[in-house]
Design a protein around this ligand. Structure first.
Ligand code: FE2
Ligand code: FE2
Length: 152
C-alpha cells in the first residue's frame, strides 16, 4: 500500500531502522558470545553476514536511489554526502567480515559495522528525515511508495 503522508512515511522508516538495529545487535551479540565461549562461530558469523547482505545493504542502496537525492541540495547536502560515505564504509567492512581470518577478527569487524550503522542511523532519524519532512518541496511518502527495502 502506498504511503502518502510524510509523517507516516517518516515513522515507517524509523521503525524499520529500529528493526535493522535490533536484529543486527542480536546477531552480532550471538557471534561475540560464541567466540567468547570458544564455540564454533561459523553459523553465527554467517547469520551476521546474511543479514547485512539481505537486509541492511539493500536498505542502504534503496536509500541512495530513492531518499538521498532529495537531500542533495541546500542545508542537507553535506550531511547526505557524509552519509553516502558511511554507506561505503559499511560496505568495505562487510567485505572485511567476509574475509575474516578468525573469530576475533570477525567479532571486531562485526562490532565496527554495528557501531558505524548506529551512528549513521542517528543522523538519518534525527537530522535527515526531519529536514526532509520539513521541506515543502519533498514528499517522503511519494519517494518511498513501494520501496519495501526502506520500510520493511
Ligand atoms: Fe536507513
Ligand atoms: Fe543510510
Amino acid at each position: 500500500m502506498p504511503i502518502h503522508q510524510d509523517k507516516e512515511a517518516a515513522a515507517a522508516i524509523r521503525a524499520h531502522h529500529l528493526e535493522l538495529r535490533d536484529t543486527l545487535r542480536a546477531r552480532v551479540g550471538d557471534l561475540r558470545d560464541a567466540v567468547r565461549a570458544g564455540r564454533p562461530h561459523s553459523v553465527s558469523e554467517g547469520a551476521v553476514i546474511g543479514y547485512l547482505e539481505d537486509d541492511l545493504l539493500p536498505h542502504a542502496a534503496a536509500e541512495e536511489a530513492a531518499l538521498y537525492p532529495a537531500g542533495d541540495t541546500g542545508l542537507t547536502a553535506l550531511l547526505v554526502r557524509a552519509m553516502r560515505e558511511e554507506h561505503k564504509g559499511i560496505v568495505t567492512n562487510v567485505e572485511r567480515l567476509r574475509g575474516a581470518a578468525d573469530g576475533l577478527e570477525a567479532v571486531a569487524t562485526a562490532s565496527a559495522i554495528l557501531a558505524l550503522f548506529e551512528a549513521h542511523l542517528w543522523k538519518e532519524n534525527e537530522l535527515l528525515i526531519p529536514a526532509l519532512v520539513a521541506d515543502p518541496n519533498v514528499s517522503i511518502g511519494e519517494l518511498l511508495s513501494g520501496l519495501h527495502e526502506l520500510v520493511g
